[in-house]
Design a protein around this ligand. Sequence first.
Ligand code: SAM
Length: 429
Amino acid sequence: MPPRRAVALALVAAALGVGHALFSAYWALGGTAMLDTIGGSLEEAGRDRDPDLIAGLWVVVVVKLVVAVAAPILVGVGAATLPAWARSRVPRLLGWVAAVVLVVYGGVLTLVGLLIQAGVIEAADDADHRAIAWHAYFWDPWFLLWGLAFAAGLWLTRPRGTEAPVVDAIFAEPRLAAVYDALDGDRDDLDVYTALVDELGARSVLDIGCGTGTFACLLARRGTDVIGLDPAEASLNVARRKPGADRVRWLAGDASAPVATGPRADGGTGIDLVTMIGNVAQVFLADEDWAAALATASAALRPGGWLAFEVRDPARQAWRGWDRAHAYRRAHVPGVGDVEAWPEVTDVRLPLVSFRWTVVFAADGVSLTSESTLRLRSRDEVAASLGAAGFALHEVRGAPDRPGAEFVFLAHRWVPPPGAAEEGTSDDA
Ligand SMILES: C[S@@+](CC[C@H](N)C(=O)[O-])C[C@H]1O[C@@H](n2cnc3c(N)ncnc32)[C@H](O)[C@@H]1O
């Protein structure tokens, strides 16, 4: 949901714009009231019903209405129903141009008018002083206020880029975290990882980006020594209430900074398996952050320990289905009520894809949004990053629940053979 102040300002801008357009339409239709406050040749042409002026006035009406309506749309009003491109970069840029033109035009003319009123600038002898006063105190400040309200609305909803919080609202906002699992649906995707825990005989697991802890608690209930790491406190609070949560060590933290995992429950050193489930790997946008997350995983693992995670295959362009028509969800959450949610893509600048979730709570009608950006890396890029982080790629599997859409990477912390150089990885995928 756009900030309330931005919506209020945009609606003020829209009202000012529509008001201005209504005056122009009235004069275009032949009305003459207040025409004398305009003055000069425009007034004359208006009274004479000059066809060129009438046509020009209708163009002005349309332009004013378009600019007026653009303000609320560009700040995000109607985001749930309007297509995402309506608020994308180019329309917002055009909005800025319109707002700046209004501010400069209205500002300069107001200033000149006020200077004339103050006697600092002298008007021509035959000047229409009444019209000049109306311009200085009414018509031109109107343009100025319209432009200022529009610009302020745009400014308050500007994309924050790298200033965005580390964790998206969908994980970090308590109301959203509380309904995350219900909206996420069944978790068939976890089967491949539980099978892997058994296959590798892993007795200790660090689940990076554990979120609401579904996988960590599942493993804990099966007797695995589990650490769940996530920067989103709200998600961890949901996790802590799940069956098995008391047997998980929960760590609040960002994987792109070193993490102290502490000793294993069985007294051993180093973790057997690090997992990143639910496309956690894609939240690391910058290469340095991804490399740092891999370094965190490596530092936590015992020599030869395993790393398993998945990423979307960029070639499958999964984001094309991230819209209301394809991904609308509805769920009943005990204690919360009915909740509906849908995503929409807000920007695609590969390898980055940005999208917004809108979640509507039926109980109180509140609608919350969460902005996210994911980084898509190709299979080769991921493989190269693993090698650079000291992992040997063992295998790249498909995710059985999403055939062909995902790569599940399985790598192990590389241990140089005695006497070997500190370089080299194997890729037996
Ligand atoms: C799509 S969710 C997956 C959650 C969980 N693994 C699951 O499968 O349900 C991505 C998770 O990554 C977490 N995350 C975001 N930035 C992170 C970071 N820098 N370090 C670790 N986890 C992060 C988010 O808080 C969120 O819980």
